[in-house]
Design a binder for this molecule. Structure first.
Ligand code: IVH
Length: 708
């Protein structure tokens, strides 16, 4: 019969919804995705477009409805039909032993089986499904009444809007309330905060606050921007289905219905089984995708649960076995800055030693100057720090009530100001307008940046010094053979042999042949020859090799063409730099700071003095051609040439090649497996070429150029 309903749009919409739900289920529940992000996005976009044409077919359980609806003034109260309980805590093994003994005694079961699960550190939520459809979601509140956060929960991608027909063939329950935790996965939390810090926005204190704060947004469109996940661990009201006899089987059934359940959930018997599980999960705590604050043991058999019953608002058949907290309080001894290999200056605090997450720490990062200003961290302050995984702990907040004050009640220490000079090399610390990161402008001169600078300088796409890898770069700097990249051009074979001998000794990697008195020196001759050969280079390679922040290969090429020679570039003011295509105020600022730093000018003078040379010519504006004035973006893989080669040939025809798609992009060339850039180009309605179109264009226009 249904084949006769000739509504192809309705059919396509239904098919797309099933396909997207399936893909989400595979991704979030089975952890076995079968679509790429781009494919998934494309299906969702198609569905959105069809639904826009047919608003009559939009339903609340469509995957398009996760984007967030309009804000509400407040959350309506929801009475929980079955109260949401809390759990008793155990911190010591002995408390777990008492718990198990009590159960053994009262049930008469000598080896009771427990469902064992991570205790997820997020926000407890109850979801209500009626006839398989998600109809309402509420927070725990006081356990009896919570808040209706349905619109926000719809935006959580791993939360199914429709239950799946179970493989067992059993019917879907009439009513199913599922309890679980909404969490912010750690990786998503880190990514969110890195972006927030880069944008100068307020980062989230920790993943739990991230999850709780995001769900309590009155505007679901804000929630939709937050990376949240849901994991089920218990039931509320259930109607119209017979439940399995144990909790662990219930979790399997929930998983079968399409609800995500923690991959670490399992069963264990007796006290030793529980303590083993606690230790095993504890070891993997840092590697788990979510923050946990313990594990939960639940007596598995429902009949035994009923026999044990409840005290006040917690079951007597379950307990949470906690881990050491990942947040702790301590005091600030001093505020220091660290200079990274790229010159980024990162402030951090030296603290009174404190235990957090089971290890003792004395340093915590403050990330950047904005973060210091936001937190107003001062010497002597009591601070809350947080450690997650093996990342260095970070400062979460200051306990302001405990700030030390003088006799007049004024803070004892002033607000912290970042130093103006690099603590390593004394060069000026600069922070470009609109930039979050402050940098040492010492560039090639700063010891903190030397290894990285040297390695970059020697790279294949810069000065192309074969044989100078990271290990040698590091040894040359560490043993003092090279202060700046210009010193490379003074190295002799004997220096290199001595450097290698010292590095081998330090690393205990001295080859047996060397110990036996033989000296292999061919590599050293080769390296000296490679260094010598790199003396003759091009301006664009040199500019890229200098490691000016934000000046990559393509900007270096544009600068070399535009200025033709180094001196005018070194003397260029902001206005003339801004005339260069692709150079904005930020890049112009970096270039000017770099060449204003006397240390860097000295290095360039030394390079010249030691014979490094490059042809210079008159400034050359980008060539006139059929693509003059057009910005072209290359994305995906090409089969007949590399993206660089394609870029060069397009530039030769006048194009400006850029890395990002915007309204101003003229043409997007999409190769194999082009992803989000292609999708964006389609969204913006830009001109899109495939590889064949590109090759045809090059063939036609390059031939014409030759003929001219
Ligand atoms: S079961 C009747 N299982 O812990 C027991 N709770 O302290 C009801 N939680 O509000 C809770 N992970 O937010 C249970 N695997 C888990 C859990 C878990 C985290 C939280 C939940 C609850 C609190 C109780």
């Amino acid at each position: 019969m249904s084949a006769m309903t000739a509504d192809p749009i309705a059919e396509r919409i239904a098919a797309l919804r099933v396909r997207i739900d399936d893909a989400s289920h595979r991704y979030y529940v089975l952890d076995d995705p079968d679509l790429s992000d781009a494919q998934w996005d494309a299906l969702l976009r198609e569905l959105q477009q069809l639904e826009a044409r047919r608003p009559d077919l939009v339903t609340p359980d469509s995957p398009t409805q996760r984007v967030g609806s309009t804000p509400s003034a407040r959350f309506a109260p929801v009475a929980h039909a079955v109260p949401m309980l809390s759990l008793g805590n155990a911190f010591q093994d002995s408390e777990v032993a008492e718990f198990v003994a009590r159960i053994e005694r009262e049930t008469g079961d000598a080896a009771p089986v427990f469902s064992v699960e991570p205790k997820l550190d997020g926000l407890a939520i109850s979801l209500r499904y009626e006839d398989g459809r998600f109809v309402r979601g509420a927070t725990r509140g006081d356990g009896a009444t919570g808040e209706d956060v349905t619109a926000n929960l719809r935006t959580v991608r791993s939360l199914p809007l429709r239950l799946r027909a179970p493989a067992t063939g059993l019917p879907l329950p009439r009513v199913l309330e599922v309890r679980g935790e909404v969490v912010m996965p750690k990786a998503d939390f880190e990514r969110y905060n890195a972006q927030a810090r880069a944008d100068g926005n307020k980062p989230l204190a920790n993943p739990r606050n991230g999850a709780a704060g995001s769900l309590r947004q009155l505007d679901p469109r804000v929630t939709a921007q937050r990376p949240l996940a849901f994991l089920a661990y218990a039931l509320g009201e259930v109607e119209g289905v017979e439940l399995p006899p144990t909790h662990s089987q219930t979790l399997a059934w929930l998983r079968d219905l399409g609800l995500p359940v923690s991959a670490e959930a399992g069963t264990a018997a007796g006290l030793s089984g529980l303590l083993d599980y606690h230790a095993r999960i504890g070891q993997r705590r840092d590697a788990l995708p979510y923050d946990i604050d313990g594990v939960v043991y639940k007596l598995d058999r429902f009949d035994q649960q009923r026999a044990m019953g409840y005290v006040s608002r917690a079951p007597r058949w379950a307990i949470a076995h906690k881990y050491p907290a990942q947040e702790a309080a301590t005091t600030v001894q001093s505020i220091e800055v660290n200079v990274g290999r790229t010159g980024a200056v990162t402030p951090w605090v030296l603290m009174a030693p404190v235990q957090v997450g089971g290890v003792t720490v004395t340093r915590a990062t403050l990330h950047n100057a904005d973060q210091i200003a936001r937190l107003d961290v001062r010497v002597g302050d009591t601070i809350i720090i947080r450690r997650a995984g093996d990342v260095i702990p970070e400062v979460v907040r200051v306990v302001e009530a405990e700030r030390p004050v003088d006799s007049r009640g004024e803070p004892l220490h002033p607000a912290y100001a970042m130093p103006g000079q690099c603590p390593v090399c004394g060069s000026a610390i600069e922070r470009g307008e609109g930039e979050v990161v402050a940098r040492c402008s010492g560039g090639l001169y700063c010891p903190a940046q030397r290894v990285q600078a040297l390695f970059h300088f020697a790279g294949r796409r810069t000065m192309d010094i074969e044989g100078l890898g990271e290990r040698f770069a590091e040894a040359l700097v560490e043993f003092g053979y090279v202060q700046t990249v210009a010193d490379l051009y003074t190295l002799a074979v004997d220096d290199l042999l001595e450097m290698k001998r010292r590095a081998d000794e330090r690393d205990a990697t001295t080859p047996a042949t060397v110990k036996a008195g033989k000296v292999a020196d061919k590599w050293a001759h080769n390296l000296v020859n490679a260094i010598d050969a790199s003396r003759t280079t091009t301006l664009e390679r040199l500019l890229f090799a200098l490691g000016i922040p934000e000046v990559g290969e393509s900007t270096a090429r544009t600068l070399a063409r535009h200025f033709g020679a180094l001196q005018p570039l070194m003397e260029a003011d902001e206005a003339s730099l801004l005339e260069v295509p692709d150079v904005g105020p930020v890049v112009a600022g970096h270039i000017r700071h770099f060449f204003a730093e006397p240390h860097n000018r000295d290095v360039i003078a030394a390079l010249r003095a030691r014979g490094v040379q490059w042809p210079e010519g008159a400034p050359r504006r980008s060539s006139e051609g059929p693509l003059t004035g057009k910005t072209v973006v290359l994305t995906g893989g090409l089969s007949s040439l590399t993206r660089d080669q394609a870029g060069e040939r397009l530039e030769a025809l006048g194009a400006k090649v850029s890395g990002s798609v915007s309204k101003k992009t003229g043409i997007v060339i999409a190769g194999e497996a082009a992803g989000s850039k292609l999708a964006k180009a389609q969204d913006l309605g830009l001109e899109i070429w495939d590889e064949a179109a590109l090759m045809a264009f090059l063939a036609e226009h390059e031939a014409r150029d030759d003929a001219r």
